[in-house]
Design a protein around this ligand. Structure first.
Ligand code: UFG
Length: 323
C-alpha cells in the first residue's frame, strides 16, 4: 500500500515508517519538523508541510494517491497543554480535521490515529480496558478524545474506517537503524534517566507518596518497535473490518519510576543521583493497559517485553547516535 505518515519524523512516527518499509509498503512522510527530525526520515520521501496549511495538504493529496493515512502529528506535552489549551486544540483537533477533510475530498477512506492512554484520566480499575470511562485530565488528553469522537461521526456520515491506537508509554529505540527518542525539552522518564546517567547530573523524581508499592508512579512501558508493528496490523485490520475501532497498546505490565531507575542502573552500570520533587500535576498513580483486544483482534504480539531490553535499546541510542 501507499501510505502517508503524518508526523513521520517524530519518535513513534519514524518507527512506524521503518515498519511500513520492512513490510514492503511505500511511505511518504508529511511533517513540519517543529519537533520531528529530518535525520529520522529514512524510509520514504519527506514533504515538509504543516497540517494547519490546508492548501499544502490539498496539493499533497491531489498530487499523490494514498491508500491510507497514519496520523501521528500532535503537540504532546501534557503540562504544556494546560497552559496553552487553544494551541493544543488548534494543532491536535483542527489539524486532524484538516487532514480528514483532505482525505475525504480525495477519496482516501482509511485512517490510523495515534491516540493516548491520556483519554482515560484517573483510572477506576487496576487494568484499563478500552471501555473504561473517558475523563481526560488535560487539554492534551481531551484533544485525543475529541478526535476519537470525530472519527466515530466520520464513520457514520462518510464511511471513514479508522483505528485509534491508545498508546501507553512508548519506550526504547530501533537504535540499530539510527532512530530513537529525542524531544526538546525532554519530559519522559526513560530518556531523562539515561541522559542524567550519561551526564552524571541529578534526576528529578516526581512524587514518592503515591499509593503504589514503592510510592512512585507505575506505568506500562511498551517497546516502540512493537507499537509500530500495531499500526501495520491496524491497516490490515481495516481492510477486513470497516468501521471505527480503538485499541490499547501497552504491554499489560506495570513498572514504577524506581523500577525504571534501578533497571537503567543495572543496564548501564552507573549509579543514579536522585532528586526528589513534588508530584507532577495530573500524573495518575498507575496506568496499565489490558491489551487483550489488540492481541485478539489485530493479532498483535508485543515481542520485546523485557524492561532491561527496552532500556538497553534506548541506552544504545543515547550513547551512539542521538540526534
Ligand atoms: N518522571 C519522573 N522524572 C522525569 C520524568 C518523568 O519522575 O524526569 C515520572 C513522571 O512523573 C511519571 C513517570 O515518570 O510518574 C512517567 O512519566 P513520563 O513523562 O515518561 O510519561 P507519562 O506517563 O507522564 O506520559 C505518557 C505519555 C503521554 C500521555 C500520558 C498519559 O508520554 O503522551 O502517558 O497519562 F499523555
Amino acid at each position: 500500500m501507499n501510505i502517508l505518515v503524518c508526523g513521520g519524523a517524530g519518535y513513534v512516527g519514524a518507527h512506524v515508517a521503518r515498519e511500513l518499509h520492512l513490510r514492503h509498503h511505500k511511505v511518504t512522510v508529511l511533517d513540519n519538523l517543529s519537533t520531528g527530525h529530518r535525520e529520522a526520515v529514512r524510509w520514504g520521501q519527506l514533504i515538509q508541510a504543516d497540517i494547519l496549511d490546508t492548501n499544502a495538504l490539498d496539493s499533497v493529496f491531489r498530487e499523490n494517491t494514498f491508500d491510507a493515512v497514519i496520523h501521528l502529528c500532535a503537540r504532546s506535552i501534557v503540562s504544556d497543554s494546560t497552559t496553552d489549551p487553544y494551541g493544543y486544540y488548534l494543532n491536535n483537533v483542527q489539524g486532524t480535521l484538516n487532514v480528514l477533510r483532505s482525505m475525504r475530498a480525495n477519496g482516501v477512506g482509511k485512517f490510523v490515529f495515534s491516540s493516548s492512554a491520556a483519554v482515560y484520566g484517573q483510572p477506576i480499575s487496576d487494568v484499563i480496558h478500552e471501555d473504561h470511562p473517558k475523563n481526560p485530565l488535560s487539554p492534551y488528553g481531551s484533544s485525543k478524545w475529541m478526535v476519537e469522537q470525530m472519527l466515530a461521526d466520520a464513520w457514520s456520515a462518510y464511511g471513514l474506517s479508522s483505528a485509534s491506537l491508545r498508546y501507553f508509554n512508548a519506550a526504547g529505540a530501533a537504535h540499530q537503524d539510527g532512530i530513537g527518542e529525542s524531544h526538546d525539552p525532554e519530559t519522559h522518564l526513560i530518556p531523562n534517566v539515561l541522559r542524567s546517567l550519561l551526564a552524571g547530573t541529578p534526576l528529578n523524581v516526581f512524587g514518592n507518596g503515591y499509593p503504589t508499592p514503592d510510592g512512585t508512579c507505575v506505568r506500562d512501558y511498551v517497546h516502540v518497535e512493537d507499537l509500530a508493528s500495531a499500526h501495520v496490523l491496524a491497516l490490515n485490520y481495516l481492510d477486513q473490518n470497516q468501521g471505527t475501532h480503538a485499541f490499547n497498546l501497552g504491554s499489560g505490565t506495570g513498572f514504577s519510576v524506581m523500577d525504571v531507575i534501578r533497571t537503567a542502573e543495572r543496564v548501564t552500570g552507573r549509579q543514579a543521583r536522585i532528586s526528589p520533587r513534588e508530584p507532577r500535576a495530573g500524573d495518575p498513580a498507575r496506568l496499565v493497559a489490558s491489551n487483550l483486544l489488540a492481541r485478539t483482534r489485530l493479532g498483535w504480539n508485543p515481542s520485546q517485553q523485557d524492561l532491561d531490553e527496552i532500556v538497553l535499546s534506548a541506552w544504545r541510542w543515547h550513547q551512539d547516535t542521538a540526534y
